[in-house]
Design a protein around this ligand. Sequence first.
Ligand code: AHG
Ligand code: MN
Ligand code: MN
Length: 334
Amino acid sequence: MSTQNKTLGEFIINNQQEFKYSSGELSRLINSIRLAGKVVNHEVNKAGLVDILGNAGDTNIQGEDQQKLDVYANDVFIKTLTNREIVCGIASEEEDDFIAIKGGNEKNDNKYVVLIDPLDGSSNIDVNVSVGTIFSIYRRITPSGTPVTLEDFLQPGNQQVAAGYIVYGTSTMIVYSTGHGVNGFTLNPAIGTYYLSHPNMRFPEKGNIYSVNEGNYVHFPQGVKNYIKYCQTEEEDRPYTSRYIGSLVSDFHRNMIKGGIYIYPSTSKDPSGKLRLLYECNPMAFIAEQSGGKASDGFQRILDIKPTELHQRVPFICGSKLMVEKAEEFMKKE
Ligand code: AHG
Ligand code: MN
Ligand code: MN
């Protein structure tokens, strides 16, 4: 079958044997995420109508309370995964604690936990700019049949079984990896089907885009300041071009296709940076590495960090391999 005609559903079935523990459970889980993504996509596309239909906090025409889109997306993902009894636990940016899920039987024998950022880049919603969803999947480490514990969620990123993101852009795409490379699927909104549009995605080794919120420049560590200067210096293939959307998913997606580096460093105000290790940095780092890119906190591999908290933050440098290595060089010098 040609790539163009292959749907995500077919791809999942054809590649099921690649999964580490091939019981079909992971396939069903990815299917559920694909479904929830379609529901959120529908709502995101209507976001521009919010001023006509009512703002968040208002009551809509059916008498239902209007929800903020990030709360809505959170509900959709949690309900979809809970109702289908497909995971034993969920952690989300929007929930203080993880949620333990009981299985269909007396005992919960589902193997996987999911960590999600249901709506990433949410400040972009009001201005009609791309947002995303990020997800990360692990096998639980506590015995099956018992309630999940925090330990199941605090695994280093190198233990991820699968990870990915959905970008609600000019087209909606789902990009994910089960540890065998990265594939991207584009939604045909007319029929609600995702097609394999970007098989075997590869991060260019080097690019000419740097993405960082330079408004925080004065608060950056000296190593980051020096690297930014390097990006701006006229020499060889530089100066690089600066692109920053303010939605990690969208900035990452562009950089993976064109070649580039994304930086959210520690700052003097926030020594651990802003981004969350478990449901932002780890899944993106997994996708980066699976496509030949690299992700670091400036000094060590993101995927090797042993998490201590659910909502832990970490400085994040991610993108084309040679560019990340160059940024690390600058960090180490300081
Ligand atoms: P979220 O909308 O899930 O809170 O994430 C926003 C994140 C990330 O997507 C983005 O790259 C970053 O915050 C932007 O932060 P600044 O506005 O500080 O640059
Ligand atoms: Mn986010
Ligand atoms: Mn979010």
